[in-house]
Structures are given as structure tokens and as C-alpha cells.
Design a protein around this ligand. Structure first.
Ligand code: AMP
Ligand code: ZN
Length: 493
């Protein structure tokens, strides 16, 4: 039987501001869409946190036995610099500054994105569609919204008519805003502005002659608006109605609000059952962001090449650090927090490494099944990874007590403990089993190989006093060299 039939998962739905029982539209299947990166620069650690939160959610849903179709897009066109549909396309601007093709910008940073995610041990999404690959679908949606009377064309651009939409639907329900308040709080539109109201947003923008990324449309050459691609790609791959839509909290308004409006205008109903929003990673108490420069790149952390942290940290330690916070809480990056995570991660890995050597006993001194259910309860409570990790450390405490001979577990319970630890640590949290002990032994091998090479050189030069000294002193340290026809090998006692 699938686990989801016995585990009651609850998720915090931003649309209703309540924790709700998770019941997918089609039993056993989950459709999940997450807004992907805009590929005009390297992803910073803040971006990674949001994607990691949804990687963990994807992993847990799969663990529960759901068949998940996870769609995470690549935004490779149409993102203007500001929410008011002004400014330059971010990708086109980067292309202009670096004097390369926009698609070279896209390729460079898509590759970077994938490399980083691989280092963090992400599972690939089921589909990773691009905005530029779905221009036709976006144009079809605009035509539909125009037909239904919720958009207007002006001078080669098409805008969504928020006021008209709000007469029949409710604009602002996701972010808890009222259109009347928004209108009374906005400045007058500038004389040159084409929009009827400041809240209207572009579905299609006319391309000025110098604009490089452009496509033909019924309204002339142009490019799609910021919000349209996600409506087009989520509808295409998950349908008019799907289970989960995710993204960072900062996308709630206007991006997700506009996605809801576009879909409702087309289909007459809300597109998404559960809206999930991941919270921000901060640095020095402020949101990590590309635009302000208050950010750190993952590679700068892995290499230690930065002015913020005192040492390098591995991807698994950074992942563990992220998982120690609930995905809806703000998390601040600091030396102290990462150092503490590193210690915790090593303790966890050491305990898991010792699981195989635990001798089974005749009775069990702790209730493993009850502990396993507590691990599930944590995850069932809106993916509460910090509580899960606290429970896993309870497991670690018992593993250590068994090792010391102070507690015992039956063979069956030992099996449940091992399986539960492995499932949650590796499959659900997505950590990798790379301990520092492993790294140390790599370094040791390198050093001994070097000494073997120096000893061989000494022997070739008939400098037997040096070669014997190397062998004897290594032996004194517990490292035995063995010479054979194939060469010299070593063992550590
Ligand atoms: P962008 O490439 O700017 O569209 O951002 C990609 C994703 O990263 C979006 O889901 C954002 O919400 C998310 N994001 C941006 N900054 C942060 C941050 N400081 N912490 C967590 N997520 C972030
Ligand atoms: Zn989106």
C-alpha cells in the first residue's frame, strides 16, 4: 500500500492562509509547478533556498508514493526590469553589456543553474520548459483573454484590464490586497503611459526597433509580458486545474496574483488548489538579492573564496543548514550557523555509518515504530524539516547508546531504524553521505602515495638510508608498505 494512504499530509495554503489536508485532484497523482530562475546571471544562495525547499517537497511527495509531475520553468525572455512594465528586458540588457547574443546569456546561466543544483543533489524536475519555447501558447492565451473582454490592445501592446476583471472576479485574493486600496495608493499615470490604470499589466509588449528578443504576433512584433509564461506552461503541462503552485514569497504579488487573474479570465475558475510559498534567505538580516549585491554564490561558499565566511563549507552542509529551518521561516546565513550545521551533519553521518555494525539484542529499549511515526508526523505537518531533524537526532542518541552497550534493539527494530534514517536523511532531505572522515582519508592516501614515490626515487638512486627511513617511520605511524611486482601498496593499522 502507498504511504500516502496512511499518512495525513497537511500543507499551508497561502490562498486560504490555513493548513489544509492535502488531497490531490486525481488520487495518487500530483501536479506541481514552481517558477524557475530568470537566467541572466548566476543563481545566488537565496534563489537556491527556494528551489531546495521545493526539491524537498517533491522528494517527500514521491516518498509518500505519489506520482508527481513537477514542472519548473526557465525564464529566458520577457522579464522586464520593473513590475510596472518599464525598463529593459534583463536578459537583453546583459547581452548588450557583455556584447553577446541573448541566447548566449541564457545558455551560460542555464548551465550554471544546473551545475549548482547538481552539486546540491537536486532531483531534476519532470519537465523544464522555457518561456521562449512557448510563445505560441502565450499568444493563444492573450487572444482568449481579449475575446473574453479582460484585455485591451493599444499601439501594438496588449494589457490586462484589472478593473474589468475585478468586476467579475477578485483581484488580490492571494496577497490579501483590495483593488480599491491599490488604486487610491497609486500615483497618477504619466501622460505617456498607455495603460488605462496603473494596476493593468502587460500581456504583450510592442518591441521597439532596437529590442533584440522579439516575435511576430497578431499585434505586431513584440514579446510576452512577465507573468504570462507561467500561465501558459503550467496549463499546457498540468492542465487548467492542478494541485500545487510554488515559488518564493516575493513572487506572491504581483506575479502569482497576475497568474491567477490570467487563468481565471481564460477558464472561468481558479487554476491552483494549494499555493505554497517559500521564505527568504537573508544575509546580515537583509534579503539576499541580485540587485542589491547583498548575496553570496554557492561556489563562493564551496571554495571558501568569499569575504563573508571564515571557511569553505560543502554543499551537503549548506543543504543541511537550509533544511534545519522550516521552509516558510526566514533564514539568516552566518558563520556560526554554518559551523553548527557542519558539526550536526557530521554527527548524523557518523551515526549512520555505524548503523551496519550495531549488534542486535534480544529486546528493544526504545520504541522504534513510535519514533518513525514521529518523523512522519513532522513531515506531514507542512514539511516541518527542523522537527524531523530533531527526531533524527533522537535516533542518533539511541544509535550511540547501543554502540556503547547501554541500550539494545532487536534485529527487526534495527532494520526499521536503519531504513527510516536512510529514507529521511538521503531520500527526503536529499543529503549526501560525504563525511569529512572520507575527505581526510583521501588526503591521507595522497600523502602516502607521495612518500611512496619519493621512496622509489631514493631506491633508484641507491639512497637506501632515505628509502628505509621513509618505510620505517611510516610503519611507526601504523602505515605498512608492501612491495610487490605490481608496485608498492600500503595499509593502515
Ligand atoms: P528570479 O530568478 O529572480 O526570478 O528568482 C528565482 C527564485 O528565487 C524565485 O522563486 C524567488 O522568489 C527566489 N528568491 C529570490 N531571492 C531569494 C532569497 N533571498 N531567498 C529565497 N528565495 C529567493
Ligand atoms: Zn512564475
Amino acid at each position: 500500500m502507498q504511504l500516502y494512504k496512511t499518512q495525513q499530509l497537511k500543507v499551508y495554503n497561502s490562498l486560504t492562509s490555513t493548513k489544509e489536508l492535502f488531497e490531490p485532484i486525481n488520487e495518487g497523482h500530483v501536479g506541481m509547478y514552481v517558477c524557475g530562475p530568470t537566467v541572466y546571471s548566476n543563481v545566488h544562495l537565496g534563489n537556491c533556498r527556494t528551489f531546495m525547499s521545493f526539491d524537498m517537497i517533491f522528494r517527500y511527495l514521491r516518498h509518500l508514493g505519489y506520482k508527481v509531475r513537477y514542472v519548473r520553468n526557465i525564464t529566458d525572455a520577457g522579464h522586464l526590469e520593473d513590475d510596472a512594465d518599464d525598463g529593459e528586458d534583463k536578459i537583453a540588457k546583459k547581452a548588450r553589456l557583455e556584447q553577446i547574443e541573448p541566447m548566449e546569456v541564457v545558455q551560460r546561466y542555464t548551465v550554471d543553474f544546473h551545475n549548482i543544483l547538481q552539486k546540491f543533489n537536486f532531483l531534476p524536475p519532470s519537465i523544464e520548459p522555457t518561456a521562449t519555447g512557448h510563445i505560441i501558447e502565450q499568444i493563444e492565451i492573450i487572444k482568449d483573454i481579449l475575446d473574453k473582454g479582460y484585455a485591451y490592445e493599444i499601439n501594438g501592446s496588449v494589457y490586462f484590464d484589472v478593473k474589468k476583471f475585478n468586476e467579475d472576479y477578485e483581484y488580490g485574493k492571494l496577497s490579501g490586497r483590495k483593488l480599491e486600496d491599490m488604486i487610491s495608493n497609486t500615483r497618477e499615470l504619466a501622460a505617456q503611459d498607455e495603460k488605462k490604470n496603473a494596476q493593468d499589466f502587460a500581456l504583450w509588449k510592442k518591441a521597439e526597433p532596437q529590442h533584440i528578443m522579439r516575435w511576430p504576433s497578431p499585434w505586431g512584433d513584440g514579446f510576452p509580458g512577465w507573468h504570462l509564461e507561467c500561465t501558459a506552461m503550467s496549463t499546457k503541462y498540468l492542465g487548467e486545474n492542478f494541485d500545487i503552485h510554488g515559488g518564493g514569497m516575493d513572487l506572491k504579488f504581483p506575479h502569482h496574483e497576475c497568474e491567477i487573474a490570467q487563468a481565471e479570465a481564460c477558464n472561468g475558475h481558479s487554476p491552483v488548489k494549494y499555493w505554497l510559498h517559500a521564505n527568504m534567505l537573508t544575509l546580515n538580516g537583509k534579503k539576499m538579492a541580485k540587485s542589491t549585491g547583498n548575496n553570496i554564490l554557492p561556489d563562493e561558499i564551496f571554495t571558501g573564496n568569499n569575504n563573508i565566511l571564515r571557511k569553505a563549507f560543502s554543499p551537503s552542509v549548506v543543504r543541511f543548514f537550509m533544511m534545519q529551518a522550516h521552509y516558510t521561516s526566514i533564514l539568516d546565513l552566518s558563520n556560526e550557523a554554518l559551523l553548527a550545521s557542519e558539526k550536526g551533519y557530521q554527527r548524523l553521518m557518523e551515526a549512520i555509518a555505524g548503523l551496519g555494525n550495531l549488534k542486535p539484542g534480544v529486546t528493544s529499549d526504545f520504541d522504534v515504530k513510535e519514533w518513525r511515526q514521529r518523523c512522519y508526523n513532522a513531515m506531514n505537518d507542512d514539511f516541518n524539516t527542523p522537527i524531523l531533524i530533531a527526531s533524527l537526532f533522537e535516533g542518533v542518541k539511541h544509535i550511540n547508546l547501543i554502540k556503547e552497550g547501554k541500550e539494545q534493539l532487536t534485529e527487526e527494530d534495527k532494520h526499521i531504524l536503519t531504513q527510516t534514517m536512510n529514507s529521511f536523511v538521503f531520500d527526503v532531505l536529499g543529503l549526501e553521505n560525504i563525511t569529512d572522515a572520507g575527505k581526510d582519508s583521501e588526503k591521507l592516501s595522497g600523502v602516502v602515495e607521495l612518500l611512496i614515490q619519493l621512496r622509489n626515487e631514493a631506491r633508484t638512486n641507491k639512497d637506501f638510508s632515505t628509502s628505509d627511513k621513509i618505510r620505517d617511520q611510516l610503519a611507526a605511524l601504523g602505515i605498512q608498505l608492501k612491495d610487490s611486482k605490481e608496485g608498492t601498496t600500503f595499509s593502515v593499522s
